[in-house]
Design a protein around this ligand. Structure first.
Ligand code: AMP
Ligand code: MN
Ligand code: MN
Ligand code: MN
Length: 277
């Protein structure tokens, strides 16, 4: 069992790297990539915890989920198996500044919508500066402004909504180049989550391949068998390697538990095939 996409409290996950590791081991995961949004900060705790579990050998893969722009779209690119993660530090620093500035702007918008002290309150929720929209969703829930996290995105935080702040993240090509420099593989995260038409999705996958991209998630979080087949077909057509992850954010909020995503179809070439794990 392998899971190459999940989150911890170092981004918008509910569990610390240590707790994530326990959950993964309980679910029989043998190889786990932590892929927090625009940060590698959780990896050292995860490595430490994994090396302390002698009787459950589990391989930890250094990963990240980068927010990037392609055309007018916000896309997520995973960097997996980063053998030289320090090489990403400049790029990550730039992304973190963008994320922090965006959070300040989101907070201002919410304050103008009568959510008092939105910035201080969100900082309290997050506990670090890697503030994401799910943290603002939690704030809106705490303040009784929405009935659940979904509604917070629908009413306030989603694209075009009153507290949405468009952000100029790094370009897709920069993300791919940075990931390669860090010795990793660049992988399209959850290709069906961007609201792209079939034609636009084909165009995007081709641009990603032409930009040097390595793979795509054929399995990501909750999906139907039909969706998996559709992605497997894209993966084969554009000669990409296939990845698989739960996109687990936490028990109670994620539909798929860590390591419990569907298996890859047999006819796909797994991205981890050439890794020593
Ligand atoms: P950010 O990177 O700060 O823009 O936040 C993006 C994150 O928000 C994603 O990784 C998901 O965890 C979460 N998210 C995005 N859209 C929704 C939604 N409609 N409902 C719940 N969570 C969402
Ligand atoms: Mn997330
Ligand atoms: Mn994502
Ligand atoms: Mn994710």
């Amino acid at each position: 069992m392998i899971d190459l996409h999940c989150h911890s409290t170092f981004s918008d996950g509910l569990h610390s790297p240590e707790d994530l590791l326990s959950l993964a081991i309980n679910n029989g995961v043998r190889c786990l990539a932590l892929t927090d949004h625009d940060t590698l900060d959780g990896l050292s705790d995860l490595h430490k915890a994994a090396s302390a579990v002698a009787d459950h050998p589990i391989t930890i893969i250094n990963g990240i989920e980068l927010s990037v722009n392609w055309k007018k779209h916000l896309i997520h690119i995973l960097g997996l198996n980063l053998r030289d993660p320090d090489k990403l530090s400049d790029l990550i620093q730039a992304q973190k500044s963008l994320r922090f500035e965006r959070a300040q702007q989101i907070a201002l918008k919410l304050e103008s919508l009568d959510v008092d002290q939105a910035f201080d309150k969100v900082l309290e929720i997050v506990g670090h500066e890697g503030i994401g929209r799910p943290h603002f969703a939690q704030l809106l829930l705490n303040e009784g402004r929405v009935k659940d996290i979904q509604q917070a995105f629908k009413k306030y935080l989603g694209r075009g909504k009153p507290a949405y702040v468009p952000t100029k993240w790094i370009a897709m090509e920069e993300a791919i180049a940075g990931i390669h420099e860090a010795g990793g593989a660049a992988v399209i995260a959850h290709p069906l989550h961007y609201g792209l038409t079939k034609t636009a999705l084909s165009e995007f996958i081709q641009a990603f391949k032409a930009g040097g991209g390595d793979g795509m998630e054929v399995v990501s979080g909750w999906m139907s068998g039909t969706q998996r087949e559709e992605l497997a077909a894209f993966c084969q057509r554009y000669d990409l390697l296939a990845s698989s992850g739960s996109d687990f954010h936490g028990q109670g909020i994620s539909r798929v538990d860590v390591g419990k995503q569907l298996p890859l179809p047999d006819h796909c070439t797994p991205i981890w095939q050439t890794w020593t794990i």
